[in-house]
Design a protein around this ligand. Sequence first.
Ligand SMILES: [Zn+2]
Length: 136
Amino acid sequence: MHEKPPERAASQAMRSLSRDAFDELVADALEGLPDEFLDRLDNVVIVSEDWPSGEQRQYHGLSQRETLLGLYEGVALTEREGYGMVLPDKITIFKRPLEQICADEKDLIYQVQVTVVHEIAHHFGIDDERLHQLGY
Ligand SMILES: [Zn+2]
């Protein structure tokens, strides 16, 4: 459950933001979502990292040229039969891969938004095929 970036990199990638500034974009993306969407989030945390870890790369079978923009790890709401004491779902937004495909901050704001919605949709049990039909 992840999203590989499209086969493109900004010809002139934007300057890297501070972690705080990036986390603020992620928070803004969340706040921009409709309440009925946010109300349905259940036992999920959203964090940011610079890059996917070696473990995450290996688990998702990424080649050297591939990376992830965001990653959803957990048990989707639609699959929580007999769901008990488990760690919360985790959504990770990857800062450096996103910056690399963006030419400026406006572009980054948009891409962060798309990535956050994409990964939250996985939390709701919507798969990649359906998401691509919807344009995410
Ligand atoms: Zn996905």
